[in-house]
Every structure is written in C-alpha cells, then in structure tokens.
Design a protein around this ligand. Sequence first.
Ligand SMILES: *Cc1c(COP(=O)(O)O)cnc(C)c1O
Length: 220
Amino acid sequence: MSAIAQNIEQIEKGLKQDTKLIAVTKTKPVELLLEAYKAGAKQFGENKVQEMTAKYEALPKDIVWHMIGHLQTNKVKYIAPFVSLIHSVDSPKLLKEINKEAKKNDRIINCLLQIYIAKEETKFGLSDAEAEEIILSKELSSFENVRIVGLMGMASNCDDHEKIRAEFRHLKNLFDSLKKHDGDRSQMLELSMGMSGDYGIAVEEGSTMVRVGSAIFGSR
Ligand SMILES: *Cc1c(COP(=O)(O)O)cnc(C)c1O
C-alpha cells in the first residue's frame, strides 16, 4: 500500500460517516493525484484555475472537482464546464458571473459562501451579515444557474485549539441560523471546514466536508 493510500485510509477513519474528504491536490503532480485516485479518492480540491483545468484534462472524468481558492471573475469561464462545487464565493459579483457562465454551459453550479472566521488574519471571505444579505437578495432569486449549498471557512493558522474550535463553532452557528432561509436557490447542506492541522476539531464541530492536502500528499 502506498503512503498516500495509507494516509487516506487513516484520515477516513477519523471522519464521521457522512463527512466527505476533499483531497487538496494543489501543487502536486498528476502522478500523485492518480495514486490517490487509485486509493479511492475521487474528490479533489484545487485553488488555481489554470492548474485545475490542466489536471481535469489529464485525469479520469469521474473525478469531482472542487474550487477552494480565491476565484477571479474573468477566470470563471474556464472551470464552468466541469467544476462540481465552488467553495470560495466571496462577493455578489462573483456569484453573478458564475451564474452567467453556468447558463452558457447549460448547468447549475453549486456554490458555498466563504465566510471570514479567522479574526486576526487577512483572508478572503464575507462577514456573517454579508452572507445573509446575499441569501436574502432579490438578485439571488433571479439566478437560475447557481445554487448556494452551504458555507466554507478557514480557521486561524495557529496552535490554539480553543480559538480554532470557537471559530468553527461560530461558522456552524451561522450555518444553522441561515437554514431558516432555505429555499429554491439556497440551502444549508454542506459545511466545508477543516484542513490537515485542524480537521479533527472541525469534524467535532459539525463539518460535512474536510479539505486535506499535506496530511495526504506531504508538505508543499
Ligand atoms: C491548501 C488549502 C487546504 C489544504 O491545506 P492543508 O493544510 O495542506 O491540508 C484547504 N483549504 C484551502 C482553502 C486551501 O487553500
């Protein structure tokens, strides 16, 4: 059994039954992605459009692709034909562009709103109020080719477990409170939180999707 297969097995053991593992493959060569694929990983996360598109073209077509990095509006068109879930929607403008490109491809693209939860770090993301505003907006109800299916967040990059836990808990609370607005274009189904260093805490706090890179493929 390869080291990658062992890592995947080990991580899966620590997840709850319905928590999905997204293997974060950024910067790794396609040979290693294939190794993970052969070990059973079928959901891959990338943070750069060009890299994701190249890997999509090179690899088996039953792989499910997740965009997890900051996405520029002018690049949405390259991933719209095949991306399965965009975790990093951080503006109404981006959502509008995704809707436009999804329509051109005759698809509905599932999206998560990225929430800024790490208080002391400059990371992309929406405030709680901005997320609620998008979900309640008239504009969203007119977008027929996107669906908001949950939230994503990244905790502070630190060793303070209680702080990380509090950040995840905050995101879970927001997720639960936004459920009351569930409807046609927005439904709180997926909570994407947890990376190599903190997925254990994230799972305890209610994550449905963990995004794990270095714990599978080694450090970048
Ligand atoms: C790189 C990245 C990950 C994975 O990070 P690891 O610490 O290697 O597990 C998860 N989420 C996002 C948004 C990332 O950019």
